[in-house]
Design a protein around this ligand. Structure first.
Ligand SMILES: *Cc1c(COP(=O)(O)O)cnc(C)c1O
Length: 530
Protein backbone atom coordinates (compact mmCIF):
# COMPACT_ATOMS: atom_id res chain seq x y z
CA UNK A 1 0.00 0.00 0.00
CA UNK A 2 1.47 3.42 -0.85
CA UNK A 3 1.44 6.16 1.71
CA UNK A 4 1.74 9.92 1.55
CA UNK A 5 4.22 11.75 3.78
CA UNK A 6 1.75 11.63 6.65
CA UNK A 7 1.54 7.86 6.50
CA UNK A 8 -1.98 8.04 5.14
CA UNK A 9 -2.75 5.43 2.48
CA UNK A 10 -3.14 6.95 -0.98
CA UNK A 11 -4.44 3.87 -2.71
CA UNK A 12 -7.17 1.52 -1.68
CA UNK A 13 -5.26 -1.74 -1.57
CA UNK A 14 -5.40 -4.83 -3.73
CA UNK A 15 -9.12 -5.20 -3.97
CA UNK A 16 -9.15 -1.82 -5.65
CA UNK A 17 -7.82 -3.11 -8.95
CA UNK A 18 -11.15 -4.65 -9.80
CA UNK A 19 -12.84 -1.32 -9.14
CA UNK A 20 -10.59 1.53 -10.24
CA UNK A 21 -7.07 2.12 -11.59
CA UNK A 22 -4.29 3.68 -9.55
CA UNK A 23 -3.64 7.23 -10.67
CA UNK A 24 -0.47 9.29 -10.94
CA UNK A 25 -1.88 12.11 -8.79
CA UNK A 26 -3.56 9.96 -6.15
CA UNK A 27 -6.81 11.66 -7.22
CA UNK A 28 -9.66 9.39 -8.17
CA UNK A 29 -11.48 11.08 -10.97
CA UNK A 30 -12.85 14.30 -9.57
CA UNK A 31 -12.38 13.00 -6.04
CA UNK A 32 -9.21 14.90 -5.11
CA UNK A 33 -6.53 13.69 -2.76
CA UNK A 34 -5.95 16.69 -0.51
CA UNK A 35 -2.78 17.16 1.55
CA UNK A 36 -2.63 19.04 4.82
CA UNK A 37 -2.23 22.78 4.44
CA UNK A 38 1.16 22.46 6.19
CA UNK A 39 2.32 20.04 3.51
CA UNK A 40 1.94 22.45 0.61
CA UNK A 41 1.62 25.96 2.09
CA UNK A 42 4.64 28.26 2.35
CA UNK A 43 5.56 30.57 5.18
CA UNK A 44 6.39 33.33 2.68
CA UNK A 45 3.15 33.09 0.67
CA UNK A 46 0.24 35.43 1.28
CA UNK A 47 -3.19 35.64 -0.26
CA UNK A 48 -3.02 39.45 -0.46
CA UNK A 49 -0.42 41.96 -1.69
CA UNK A 50 0.57 44.43 1.00
CA UNK A 51 3.38 46.98 0.80
CA UNK A 52 6.26 46.51 3.21
CA UNK A 53 5.56 48.75 6.21
CA UNK A 54 7.89 51.73 6.43
CA UNK A 55 9.81 52.46 9.64
CA UNK A 56 7.57 50.29 11.67
CA UNK A 57 8.55 50.24 15.34
CA UNK A 58 6.41 47.83 17.32
CA UNK A 59 5.74 48.91 20.88
CA UNK A 60 5.68 45.41 22.26
CA UNK A 61 9.25 45.61 23.62
CA UNK A 62 10.47 42.24 24.80
CA UNK A 63 7.11 40.71 23.82
CA UNK A 64 7.69 41.39 20.14
CA UNK A 65 7.89 38.22 18.09
CA UNK A 66 11.51 37.29 17.47
CA UNK A 67 11.06 34.38 15.06
CA UNK A 68 8.85 33.70 12.06
CA UNK A 69 5.31 32.63 12.93
CA UNK A 70 5.64 29.69 10.51
CA UNK A 71 2.04 29.53 9.39
CA UNK A 72 1.54 28.04 5.94
CA UNK A 73 0.30 30.61 3.44
CA UNK A 74 -1.61 30.02 0.23
CA UNK A 75 -2.64 32.18 -2.69
CA UNK A 76 -6.36 32.91 -2.61
CA UNK A 77 -7.36 30.36 -5.30
CA UNK A 78 -5.27 27.69 -3.59
CA UNK A 79 -6.89 28.43 -0.24
CA UNK A 80 -10.31 28.31 -1.87
CA UNK A 81 -9.64 24.93 -3.46
CA UNK A 82 -8.11 23.49 -0.32
CA UNK A 83 -11.20 24.11 1.78
CA UNK A 84 -13.67 23.22 -0.95
CA UNK A 85 -11.88 19.90 -1.54
CA UNK A 86 -11.83 19.17 2.17
CA UNK A 87 -15.52 19.96 2.40
CA UNK A 88 -16.17 17.41 -0.36
CA UNK A 89 -14.73 14.72 1.87
CA UNK A 90 -17.49 15.48 4.34
CA UNK A 91 -20.71 13.53 4.15
CA UNK A 92 -23.61 15.73 5.17
CA UNK A 93 -27.37 15.80 5.29
CA UNK A 94 -27.09 18.13 2.29
CA UNK A 95 -25.39 15.36 0.29
CA UNK A 96 -27.55 12.35 1.06
CA UNK A 97 -29.66 10.27 3.41
CA UNK A 98 -28.13 10.21 6.88
CA UNK A 99 -29.92 7.47 8.84
CA UNK A 100 -27.98 7.94 12.09
CA UNK A 101 -30.41 6.77 14.79
CA UNK A 102 -30.97 8.97 17.85
CA UNK A 103 -29.39 11.94 16.03
CA UNK A 104 -32.37 13.17 13.99
CA UNK A 105 -30.35 14.23 10.96
CA UNK A 106 -33.13 16.23 9.30
CA UNK A 107 -32.99 18.82 6.56
CA UNK A 108 -31.93 22.29 7.73
CA UNK A 109 -34.21 24.68 5.82
CA UNK A 110 -32.36 27.56 4.14
CA UNK A 111 -34.97 29.99 5.41
CA UNK A 112 -33.51 29.43 8.90
CA UNK A 113 -30.06 30.41 7.63
CA UNK A 114 -31.44 33.54 6.03
CA UNK A 115 -33.08 34.60 9.28
CA UNK A 116 -30.00 33.85 11.40
CA UNK A 117 -27.91 36.06 9.10
CA UNK A 118 -30.13 39.12 9.46
CA UNK A 119 -27.76 41.80 10.82
CA UNK A 120 -30.02 42.43 13.83
CA UNK A 121 -29.41 38.84 14.93
CA UNK A 122 -26.13 37.93 13.27
CA UNK A 123 -24.07 41.01 14.15
CA UNK A 124 -25.01 41.63 17.78
CA UNK A 125 -22.68 41.16 20.72
CA UNK A 126 -23.65 39.73 24.11
CA UNK A 127 -22.09 42.71 25.92
CA UNK A 128 -24.13 45.27 23.98
CA UNK A 129 -26.43 47.46 26.14
CA UNK A 130 -29.74 45.71 26.70
CA UNK A 131 -31.66 48.61 25.19
CA UNK A 132 -30.03 47.87 21.81
CA UNK A 133 -30.94 44.14 21.72
CA UNK A 134 -34.59 44.16 22.74
CA UNK A 135 -35.55 42.25 19.60
CA UNK A 136 -33.09 39.47 20.38
CA UNK A 137 -34.36 39.20 23.96
CA UNK A 138 -37.91 39.03 22.66
CA UNK A 139 -36.92 36.30 20.20
CA UNK A 140 -35.40 34.23 23.02
CA UNK A 141 -38.60 34.73 25.00
CA UNK A 142 -40.77 33.71 22.02
CA UNK A 143 -38.76 30.55 21.48
CA UNK A 144 -38.96 29.78 25.21
CA UNK A 145 -42.75 30.06 24.98
CA UNK A 146 -42.93 27.66 22.00
CA UNK A 147 -40.79 25.19 23.96
CA UNK A 148 -42.89 25.47 27.14
CA UNK A 149 -46.21 25.19 25.28
CA UNK A 150 -45.12 22.19 23.21
CA UNK A 151 -43.77 20.38 26.29
CA UNK A 152 -46.44 21.47 28.80
CA UNK A 153 -43.90 22.86 31.27
CA UNK A 154 -43.53 26.05 33.33
CA UNK A 155 -40.01 27.34 32.73
CA UNK A 156 -37.06 26.86 30.44
CA UNK A 157 -33.31 27.36 30.82
CA UNK A 158 -32.16 28.56 27.41
CA UNK A 159 -28.40 28.73 27.81
CA UNK A 160 -27.17 25.08 27.67
CA UNK A 161 -25.18 24.48 24.51
CA UNK A 162 -25.88 20.82 23.76
CA UNK A 163 -28.05 17.95 24.89
CA UNK A 164 -25.42 16.70 27.32
CA UNK A 165 -24.97 20.23 28.67
CA UNK A 166 -28.75 20.40 29.12
CA UNK A 167 -28.69 17.13 31.07
CA UNK A 168 -26.13 18.67 33.38
CA UNK A 169 -28.28 21.79 33.76
CA UNK A 170 -31.45 19.82 34.52
CA UNK A 171 -29.70 17.57 37.01
CA UNK A 172 -28.10 20.60 38.72
CA UNK A 173 -31.58 22.10 39.12
CA UNK A 174 -32.73 18.80 40.64
CA UNK A 175 -29.74 18.77 42.98
CA UNK A 176 -30.48 22.37 44.02
CA UNK A 177 -34.14 21.49 44.69
CA UNK A 178 -33.13 18.62 46.97
CA UNK A 179 -30.67 20.86 48.79
CA UNK A 180 -33.32 23.56 49.27
CA UNK A 181 -35.55 20.90 50.88
CA UNK A 182 -32.68 19.76 53.14
CA UNK A 183 -32.44 16.40 51.42
CA UNK A 184 -29.25 14.80 50.23
CA UNK A 185 -30.11 11.71 48.18
CA UNK A 186 -27.09 10.03 46.55
CA UNK A 187 -28.48 7.84 43.77
CA UNK A 188 -29.80 8.30 40.24
CA UNK A 189 -31.67 5.55 38.39
CA UNK A 190 -30.69 5.05 34.75
CA UNK A 191 -32.21 2.38 32.47
CA UNK A 192 -29.88 -0.02 30.67
CA UNK A 193 -30.85 1.39 27.28
CA UNK A 194 -29.81 4.96 28.21
CA UNK A 195 -27.51 7.13 26.11
CA UNK A 196 -24.04 7.22 27.65
CA UNK A 197 -24.38 10.90 28.51
CA UNK A 198 -27.09 10.08 31.11
CA UNK A 199 -24.95 8.03 33.52
CA UNK A 200 -22.00 10.32 32.78
CA UNK A 201 -24.04 13.38 33.83
CA UNK A 202 -25.21 11.74 37.06
CA UNK A 203 -21.67 10.59 37.88
CA UNK A 204 -20.24 14.04 37.17
CA UNK A 205 -22.53 15.47 39.84
CA UNK A 206 -21.33 12.86 42.34
CA UNK A 207 -24.38 10.60 42.15
CA UNK A 208 -24.15 6.83 42.25
CA UNK A 209 -25.71 5.42 39.08
CA UNK A 210 -28.11 2.52 39.63
CA UNK A 211 -28.98 0.59 36.48
CA UNK A 212 -32.61 -0.37 35.79
CA UNK A 213 -33.35 -3.49 33.75
CA UNK A 214 -35.21 -3.52 30.47
CA UNK A 215 -38.09 -5.89 29.91
CA UNK A 216 -38.08 -8.41 27.05
CA UNK A 217 -40.10 -5.94 24.98
CA UNK A 218 -37.35 -3.30 25.18
CA UNK A 219 -39.11 -0.92 27.58
CA UNK A 220 -38.16 0.01 31.13
CA UNK A 221 -39.29 -2.44 33.80
CA UNK A 222 -41.72 -0.60 36.11
CA UNK A 223 -41.44 -3.34 38.74
CA UNK A 224 -37.68 -2.92 38.74
CA UNK A 225 -38.06 0.88 39.15
CA UNK A 226 -40.39 0.38 42.12
CA UNK A 227 -38.22 -2.30 43.72
CA UNK A 228 -35.08 -0.18 43.38
CA UNK A 229 -36.79 2.87 44.87
CA UNK A 230 -38.05 0.74 47.79
CA UNK A 231 -34.62 -0.78 48.33
CA UNK A 232 -32.98 2.66 48.53
CA UNK A 233 -35.85 4.45 50.24
CA UNK A 234 -35.22 8.18 50.62
CA UNK A 235 -31.91 7.98 48.81
CA UNK A 236 -32.99 8.30 45.16
CA UNK A 237 -32.55 11.78 43.68
CA UNK A 238 -33.98 11.18 40.22
CA UNK A 239 -34.56 8.84 37.32
CA UNK A 240 -33.10 9.72 33.92
CA UNK A 241 -35.23 8.19 31.22
CA UNK A 242 -35.57 8.67 27.46
CA UNK A 243 -39.00 8.64 25.85
CA UNK A 244 -39.48 7.40 23.20
CA UNK A 245 -36.57 5.28 24.35
CA UNK A 246 -33.39 4.49 22.47
CA UNK A 247 -34.93 1.27 21.10
CA UNK A 248 -37.39 3.49 19.22
CA UNK A 249 -40.27 2.45 21.50
CA UNK A 250 -42.70 4.59 23.48
CA UNK A 251 -42.53 3.90 27.23
CA UNK A 252 -46.18 3.05 27.85
CA UNK A 253 -45.83 2.93 31.63
CA UNK A 254 -44.26 6.37 31.80
CA UNK A 255 -46.99 7.86 34.00
CA UNK A 256 -46.72 5.00 36.51
CA UNK A 257 -42.94 5.42 36.51
CA UNK A 258 -43.30 9.19 37.10
CA UNK A 259 -45.77 8.57 39.93
CA UNK A 260 -43.44 6.06 41.62
CA UNK A 261 -40.53 8.50 41.35
CA UNK A 262 -42.55 11.44 42.69
CA UNK A 263 -43.94 9.37 45.59
CA UNK A 264 -40.32 8.89 46.69
CA UNK A 265 -39.61 12.67 46.63
CA UNK A 266 -37.43 12.13 43.58
CA UNK A 267 -37.52 13.92 40.21
CA UNK A 268 -38.09 12.71 36.68
CA UNK A 269 -35.41 13.82 34.23
CA UNK A 270 -36.38 13.00 30.66
CA UNK A 271 -33.74 12.84 27.94
CA UNK A 272 -35.57 14.74 25.21
CA UNK A 273 -33.30 13.79 22.30
CA UNK A 274 -36.18 11.81 20.78
CA UNK A 275 -38.73 14.62 21.04
CA UNK A 276 -39.02 14.58 17.23
CA UNK A 277 -41.30 11.55 17.53
CA UNK A 278 -43.93 13.22 19.71
CA UNK A 279 -44.04 16.99 19.06
CA UNK A 280 -47.69 18.02 18.88
CA UNK A 281 -48.80 14.53 19.95
CA UNK A 282 -47.83 14.28 23.64
CA UNK A 283 -46.57 16.87 26.13
CA UNK A 284 -43.80 15.59 28.42
CA UNK A 285 -45.14 17.79 31.23
CA UNK A 286 -48.41 15.82 31.11
CA UNK A 287 -46.40 12.61 31.47
CA UNK A 288 -44.89 13.76 34.77
CA UNK A 289 -41.55 15.00 33.48
CA UNK A 290 -39.77 17.53 35.76
CA UNK A 291 -36.86 18.44 33.49
CA UNK A 292 -36.06 17.67 29.87
CA UNK A 293 -33.46 18.97 27.46
CA UNK A 294 -34.45 19.63 23.89
CA UNK A 295 -31.78 19.24 21.25
CA UNK A 296 -32.64 22.15 18.94
CA UNK A 297 -30.10 20.62 16.54
CA UNK A 298 -32.15 17.45 16.38
CA UNK A 299 -35.85 18.20 16.71
CA UNK A 300 -35.87 21.76 15.45
CA UNK A 301 -33.55 21.44 12.46
CA UNK A 302 -30.63 23.63 13.49
CA UNK A 303 -27.38 22.23 12.01
CA UNK A 304 -25.39 19.79 14.14
CA UNK A 305 -22.15 21.36 12.94
CA UNK A 306 -18.84 19.58 13.32
CA UNK A 307 -19.44 18.86 16.99
CA UNK A 308 -21.08 22.21 17.58
CA UNK A 309 -22.54 24.64 18.10
CA UNK A 310 -25.54 22.75 19.34
CA UNK A 311 -28.21 24.07 21.62
CA UNK A 312 -29.94 22.21 24.44
CA UNK A 313 -32.54 24.31 26.28
CA UNK A 314 -34.00 22.57 29.34
CA UNK A 315 -37.70 22.80 30.14
CA UNK A 316 -38.59 22.61 33.84
CA UNK A 317 -41.72 21.68 35.79
CA UNK A 318 -43.30 24.09 38.26
CA UNK A 319 -41.41 22.39 41.10
CA UNK A 320 -38.05 22.96 39.47
CA UNK A 321 -38.75 26.35 37.87
CA UNK A 322 -37.41 28.43 40.81
CA UNK A 323 -33.98 26.79 40.42
CA UNK A 324 -33.49 27.67 36.74
CA UNK A 325 -29.98 29.03 36.12
CA UNK A 326 -29.05 32.60 35.29
CA UNK A 327 -29.60 34.37 33.00
CA UNK A 328 -33.38 34.09 32.60
CA UNK A 329 -36.23 36.25 31.41
CA UNK A 330 -38.84 37.36 33.95
CA UNK A 331 -42.27 38.25 32.66
CA UNK A 332 -43.55 41.60 33.93
CA UNK A 333 -46.46 43.84 32.98
CA UNK A 334 -43.90 46.08 31.25
CA UNK A 335 -42.58 43.26 29.09
CA UNK A 336 -39.77 40.75 29.50
CA UNK A 337 -36.92 41.61 31.91
CA UNK A 338 -33.54 39.94 31.62
CA UNK A 339 -32.28 38.73 35.01
CA UNK A 340 -28.52 38.37 34.83
CA UNK A 341 -27.19 38.26 38.40
CA UNK A 342 -28.15 36.89 41.81
CA UNK A 343 -28.59 40.47 42.96
CA UNK A 344 -31.41 40.98 40.44
CA UNK A 345 -33.46 38.02 41.68
CA UNK A 346 -36.67 38.42 43.64
CA UNK A 347 -38.56 36.24 46.14
CA UNK A 348 -39.12 32.75 44.74
CA UNK A 349 -36.17 32.81 42.35
CA UNK A 350 -33.30 30.60 43.51
CA UNK A 351 -31.03 30.08 40.48
CA UNK A 352 -28.42 27.39 41.08
CA UNK A 353 -25.79 29.44 39.25
CA UNK A 354 -25.10 29.75 35.55
CA UNK A 355 -24.16 27.32 32.78
CA UNK A 356 -22.50 29.64 30.28
CA UNK A 357 -20.94 33.08 30.08
CA UNK A 358 -23.81 34.59 28.12
CA UNK A 359 -27.25 33.61 26.87
CA UNK A 360 -26.68 30.50 24.77
CA UNK A 361 -26.52 29.96 21.01
CA UNK A 362 -28.32 32.97 19.57
CA UNK A 363 -27.92 31.79 15.96
CA UNK A 364 -29.52 28.47 16.84
CA UNK A 365 -32.39 30.21 18.64
CA UNK A 366 -33.17 32.19 15.49
CA UNK A 367 -33.00 29.07 13.29
CA UNK A 368 -35.21 27.01 15.64
CA UNK A 369 -37.85 29.72 15.92
CA UNK A 370 -37.83 30.23 12.13
CA UNK A 371 -38.41 26.48 11.77
CA UNK A 372 -41.26 26.50 14.28
CA UNK A 373 -42.98 29.57 12.85
CA UNK A 374 -42.68 28.38 9.25
CA UNK A 375 -44.22 25.00 10.19
CA UNK A 376 -46.83 26.26 12.63
CA UNK A 377 -48.10 23.98 15.35
CA UNK A 378 -49.96 21.81 12.83
CA UNK A 379 -46.83 21.51 10.69
CA UNK A 380 -44.68 20.48 13.65
CA UNK A 381 -47.20 17.78 14.50
CA UNK A 382 -47.18 16.57 10.91
CA UNK A 383 -43.37 16.46 10.90
CA UNK A 384 -43.49 14.10 13.89
CA UNK A 385 -46.14 11.95 12.27
CA UNK A 386 -44.13 11.75 9.05
CA UNK A 387 -40.95 10.89 10.97
CA UNK A 388 -42.75 7.97 12.61
CA UNK A 389 -44.34 6.93 9.32
CA UNK A 390 -40.97 6.94 7.53
CA UNK A 391 -39.32 4.82 10.23
CA UNK A 392 -42.14 2.30 10.03
CA UNK A 393 -41.92 2.29 6.22
CA UNK A 394 -38.24 1.32 6.54
CA UNK A 395 -39.10 -1.26 9.20
CA UNK A 396 -41.74 -2.96 7.06
CA UNK A 397 -39.47 -2.81 4.01
CA UNK A 398 -36.70 -4.68 5.81
CA UNK A 399 -38.24 -6.79 8.55
CA UNK A 400 -38.45 -10.00 6.49
CA UNK A 401 -34.69 -9.89 5.90
CA UNK A 402 -33.26 -8.07 8.94
CA UNK A 403 -34.01 -9.07 12.52
CA UNK A 404 -36.13 -6.98 14.87
CA UNK A 405 -35.13 -7.68 18.48
CA UNK A 406 -38.58 -6.88 19.89
CA UNK A 407 -40.80 -8.38 17.20
CA UNK A 408 -42.74 -6.95 14.30
CA UNK A 409 -44.55 -4.15 16.08
CA UNK A 410 -44.74 -0.46 15.23
CA UNK A 411 -41.79 1.71 16.22
CA UNK A 412 -41.62 5.45 16.80
CA UNK A 413 -39.30 7.68 14.72
CA UNK A 414 -36.46 5.15 14.50
CA UNK A 415 -36.25 1.42 13.93
CA UNK A 416 -33.85 -0.88 15.76
CA UNK A 417 -32.46 -4.05 14.18
CA UNK A 418 -30.02 -6.49 15.75
CA UNK A 419 -27.34 -8.59 14.08
CA UNK A 420 -28.96 -12.03 14.25
CA UNK A 421 -29.67 -11.87 10.50
CA UNK A 422 -25.90 -11.83 9.99
CA UNK A 423 -25.37 -15.01 12.02
CA UNK A 424 -23.13 -17.54 10.20
CA UNK A 425 -22.50 -15.12 7.30
CA UNK A 426 -19.00 -14.12 8.47
CA UNK A 427 -20.11 -10.48 8.18
CA UNK A 428 -20.16 -8.31 11.31
CA UNK A 429 -22.29 -5.26 12.08
CA UNK A 430 -19.22 -3.10 11.47
CA UNK A 431 -18.51 -4.77 8.09
CA UNK A 432 -22.12 -4.25 7.07
CA UNK A 433 -22.01 -0.57 8.00
CA UNK A 434 -18.75 -0.05 6.08
CA UNK A 435 -20.27 -1.65 2.97
CA UNK A 436 -23.09 0.90 3.16
CA UNK A 437 -20.45 3.62 2.66
CA UNK A 438 -19.51 2.12 -0.71
CA UNK A 439 -23.17 2.41 -1.66
CA UNK A 440 -23.14 6.12 -0.80
CA UNK A 441 -24.92 5.93 2.54
CA UNK A 442 -23.74 7.18 5.88
CA UNK A 443 -24.16 4.13 8.15
CA UNK A 444 -26.88 4.00 10.76
CA UNK A 445 -26.03 4.16 14.46
CA UNK A 446 -24.28 0.95 15.42
CA UNK A 447 -23.77 -0.94 18.68
CA UNK A 448 -26.16 1.45 20.46
CA UNK A 449 -28.31 0.93 22.46
CA UNK A 450 -26.29 -1.64 24.38
CA UNK A 451 -29.36 -3.71 25.36
CA UNK A 452 -29.36 -5.24 21.88
CA UNK A 453 -26.57 -7.35 20.40
CA UNK A 454 -25.02 -5.75 17.30
CA UNK A 455 -27.58 -2.93 17.35
CA UNK A 456 -28.35 -1.06 14.12
CA UNK A 457 -30.55 1.96 14.76
CA UNK A 458 -32.05 3.62 11.69
CA UNK A 459 -33.73 7.04 11.81
CA UNK A 460 -34.73 8.30 8.37
CA UNK A 461 -36.51 11.45 9.66
CA UNK A 462 -39.44 13.13 7.94
CA UNK A 463 -37.12 14.83 5.43
CA UNK A 464 -36.83 11.83 3.10
CA UNK A 465 -39.10 11.29 0.13
CA UNK A 466 -40.68 7.95 -0.60
CA UNK A 467 -38.33 7.51 -3.57
CA UNK A 468 -35.30 8.08 -1.32
CA UNK A 469 -36.61 5.57 1.22
CA UNK A 470 -37.33 3.00 -1.53
CA UNK A 471 -33.77 3.26 -2.84
CA UNK A 472 -32.37 2.96 0.68
CA UNK A 473 -34.51 -0.11 1.40
CA UNK A 474 -33.54 -1.71 -1.91
CA UNK A 475 -29.85 -1.07 -1.18
CA UNK A 476 -30.13 -2.56 2.29
CA UNK A 477 -31.91 -5.61 0.89
CA UNK A 478 -29.18 -6.06 -1.71
CA UNK A 479 -26.52 -5.89 1.02
CA UNK A 480 -28.33 -8.36 3.29
CA UNK A 481 -28.79 -10.88 0.47
CA UNK A 482 -25.16 -10.45 -0.53
CA UNK A 483 -24.07 -11.15 3.07
CA UNK A 484 -26.32 -14.19 3.21
CA UNK A 485 -24.77 -15.47 -0.04
CA UNK A 486 -21.49 -15.18 1.91
CA UNK A 487 -19.97 -12.64 -0.47
CA UNK A 488 -17.72 -11.64 2.39
CA UNK A 489 -15.18 -9.74 0.25
CA UNK A 490 -17.75 -7.06 -0.37
CA UNK A 491 -17.85 -6.46 3.39
CA UNK A 492 -14.58 -7.43 5.04
CA UNK A 493 -12.48 -4.83 3.22
CA UNK A 494 -15.17 -2.15 2.84
CA UNK A 495 -15.22 0.74 2.28
CA UNK A 496 -13.39 0.32 -1.03
CA UNK A 497 -14.66 3.49 -2.64
CA UNK A 498 -14.35 6.07 0.15
CA UNK A 499 -11.48 8.61 0.30
CA UNK A 500 -10.10 6.56 3.20
CA UNK A 501 -10.26 2.83 3.86
CA UNK A 502 -11.06 1.28 7.20
CA UNK A 503 -9.25 3.18 9.90
CA UNK A 504 -7.66 1.83 13.04
CA UNK A 505 -10.14 3.62 15.25
CA UNK A 506 -8.83 2.12 18.47
CA UNK A 507 -5.30 3.39 17.96
CA UNK A 508 -6.64 6.71 16.70
CA UNK A 509 -8.59 7.10 19.96
CA UNK A 510 -5.87 5.82 22.26
CA UNK A 511 -2.83 7.39 20.63
CA UNK A 512 -4.15 10.36 18.71
CA UNK A 513 -1.62 12.21 16.57
CA UNK A 514 -2.75 15.78 17.01
CA UNK A 515 0.28 17.70 15.77
CA UNK A 516 1.80 17.81 12.33
CA UNK A 517 5.56 17.31 12.30
CA UNK A 518 7.51 18.25 9.20
CA UNK A 519 9.12 15.29 7.50
CA UNK A 520 12.88 15.00 8.09
CA UNK A 521 14.72 16.85 5.27
CA UNK A 522 16.29 13.65 3.91
CA UNK A 523 12.87 12.26 3.06
CA UNK A 524 12.00 15.13 0.75
CA UNK A 525 15.12 15.20 -1.43
CA UNK A 526 14.41 14.12 -5.00
CA UNK A 527 16.81 11.18 -4.67
CA UNK A 528 15.00 9.78 -1.67
CA UNK A 529 11.63 10.28 -3.28
CA UNK A 530 12.47 8.01 -6.20
C1 LIG B 1 -27.86 13.17 21.05
C2 LIG B 1 -28.26 12.57 22.33
C3 LIG B 1 -27.81 13.09 23.56
C4 LIG B 1 -26.76 14.17 23.68
O1 LIG B 1 -27.02 15.32 22.97
P1 LIG B 1 -25.82 16.25 22.43
O2 LIG B 1 -26.50 17.43 21.89
O3 LIG B 1 -25.10 15.42 21.42
O4 LIG B 1 -24.93 16.56 23.62
C5 LIG B 1 -28.31 12.54 24.71
N1 LIG B 1 -29.18 11.51 24.68
C6 LIG B 1 -29.62 10.97 23.52
C7 LIG B 1 -30.62 9.84 23.55
C8 LIG B 1 -29.17 11.47 22.30
O5 LIG B 1 -29.59 10.94 21.16
Amino acid sequence: MSMNTQGRPTDVGEAETSYRPKTFTGNRGLDMEEPLIFEFGHFDTMGVDLDEPEDFAPELGSHARAAELELPGLAEPEAMRHYVRLSRNNYAIDSGLYPLGSCTMKHNPRLNEKMARLPGFGDIHPLQPLSTVQGAVELIDDLARWLMVSTGTSAVAMSPKAGAHGELCGMMAIKAAHKAADRNPTMVLVPESAHGTNPATAALLGYKVVSIDAKDDGTVDLASVKATIAEHAGNVAAIMLTNPNTCGLFEREIIEIADAVHAADAYFYCDGANFNAIVGKARPGDLGVDAMHINLHKTFSTPHGGGGPGSGPVVLSERLAPFAPLPFIRKTDDGPVLVETEADTIEGEQPFGRMTAFHGQMGMFVRALAYMMSHGSDGLKQASEDAVLNANYVRVGLQDLMSLPFGERPCMHEVLFDDSFLKDTGVTTLDFAKAMIDEGYHPMTMYFPLVVHGAMLIEPTESESRAALDLFIATMRDLVMSAQRKETDRFSGAPYLAPRRRLDETTAARKPVLKWTPPAPAEVTPAAAE
